[in-house]
Design a protein around this ligand. Structure first.
Ligand SMILES: [Zn+2]
Length: 448
């Protein structure tokens, strides 16, 4: 398996499947080449599993198991984000070369972690089990999107296919968490973080209109002024902060591993959610923007537009707000909050993009299976649920399954996590192999 899975990932990285919101700018031939390479690397999988094409180049494979009662879906995506030509990559981002790294020899390039490592890990697990004449205890579906990075439709179509065929997944597993080293200051053990919910992505536009006119005769309180005031008011009215259940559970599981001086402080709180929650919320709010984002719905003012010319007063001014909706909040509630904060009836609020947060998946049997496999392959790690900040294709699957989890079985250092969507993305060869063993074990352990 060693040679094949490493060679397969190198080959996939060398095919630059960059997605784009504008379909005209997507190189269809490149995606065709990737699918051909996948078929070449994993011939048994392509021979034995039933394939449905979704979206332009998305794939949904069906591997019939001994039972169809508790089907599972293993997800990953084939597309990658573009490479910034100015970014100081140490090695060719589409070279797929093996180079030294802080965690030993590593395969280097865009997509090694996000998310082609998962694609080959899943395919290798299936291919090697097929070679061993293994029949999974339950139906196994593989769903590979081709437009995850641009919030595309392939995953939605996969959900529709499953719905039509009456498939209610017992477990859906997508990218997201990882075996994260250095995730918490002072804690030596890596965290096996399993995303049990993700924030919703919503975009609003604030629009102010007025007469416009010549810049030499300005009237007070024009559209640009009102928009500027509205943005300031929104920033001064943050959403209320709280620590949701998965975050509290994370703290509970982490407690035995925090440095000794902190343990007595945490200990008396652990059994008491009512006392733990405010302490955790305050600590996260104080720990910088990244930690603070774990406690509430966030708003970022992004796009701005006004007059097209220096000597013209705008007749319309607009500001875009990108909002990440926390579990517990709703898009409707968010719009109300923004309306109250802006407190100006002359400003219109348009909902450009509406995404609700995903429901929290329970920590019952499917979650325990993920945990048990982490315990076996990564015994050094502390498995824990958490709230994911970013969006994944798996959010669509919450429509047909209560049990949607986000976890990629790869060790990732802090530097590696920061390299995703940035530069110097790479995966350790040993980590790719262990991740592949993890997927194999998961399939082998499916309950009868
Ligand atoms: Zn991804």
């Amino acid at each position: 398996m060693t040679d094949r899975v490493v060679g397969a990932l190198q080959a996939l990285v060398r095919i630059p499947t960059v997605s784009d919101r504008d379909p005209a700018r997507v190189d269809s031939d490149v995606f065709d080449a990737l699918l051909a390479e996948l078929a070449h690397q994993f011939p048994l999988l392509h021979e034995r599993l039933e394939l449905t094409r979704v979206g332009t180049h998305g794939q949904l494979f069906h591997w019939a198991g001994a039972s169809a009662a508790r089907p599972i879906v293993l997800m990953a995506h084939l597309d990658v984000v573009p490479v910034d030509g100015e970014a100081p990559w140490q090695h060719d981002p589409f070279g797929g070369g093996i180079h030294p790294s802080e965690s030993g020899p590593a395969i280097w390039g865009r997509g090694t972690l996000d998310d082609k490592g998962c694609v080959v890990g899943i395919c290798e697990a299936v291919e090697s089990l097929l070679e061993a004449h293994h029949i999974p205890a339950q139906d196994v579906w593989l769903s590979f999107g081709c437009d995850e990075e641009v919030s595309g439709v392939a995953a939605l179509e996969a959900v529709e296919v499953l719905r039509t065929r009456g498939v209610t997944p017992w477990l859906v597993l997508d990218e997201g968490g990882a075996i994260a080293g250095g995730a918490f200051p002072g804690v030596k053990a890596p965290l096996g973080v399993i995303g049990v919910t993700e924030k919703g992505t919503t975009s609003l536009e604030l629009v102010a209109e007025g007469r416009g006119g010549h810049a030499s005769t300005p009237a007070k309180n024009g559209p640009t002024t009102r928009i500027a005031r509205a943005i300031l008011r929104v920033e001064k009215s943050p959403f209320p902060a709280s620590a949701p259940a998965p975050t509290l559970e994370l703290v509970r599981r982490l407690a035995p591993h925090v440095p000794l001086p902190l343990r007595p402080l945490l200990g008396p709180l652990l059994g008491r959610a009512d006392r733990l929650a405010p302490v955790v919320t305050r600590a996260l709010l104080a720990a910088g923007p990244e930690a603070a984002a774990m406690t509430r719905t966030t708003v970022a003012a992004t796009t701005l537009s006004g007059s097209p010319a220096l000597n013209v007063i705008a007749s319309t001014a607009k500001a875009g707000l990108n909002i990440r909706v926390m579990v517990g909040d709703t898009v409707a509630g968010v719009v109300e909050h923004i309306r109250a904060a802006v407190n100006d009836d002359s400003i219109r609020i348009d909902v450009v993009e509406s995404g609700e947060p995903s429901p929290i998946s329970p920590m019952d049997e499917p979650f325990e299976l993920i945990e048990a496999c982490i315990g076996e392959i990564f015994p050094e790690a502390v498995a824990t649920p958490y709230v994911m900040m970013a969006a994944t294709d798996s959010r669509h699957f919450t429509a047909i399954s209560e049990h949607v989890y986000r976890f990629a079985p790869f060790r990732m250092t802090k530097a590696q996590r920061q390299s995703i969507h940035s530069f110097d993305e790479h995966i350790g060869v040993a980590d790719l192999l262990d991740g592949t063993r993890w997927y194999t074990l998961l399939i082998e352990r499916l309950p009868r």
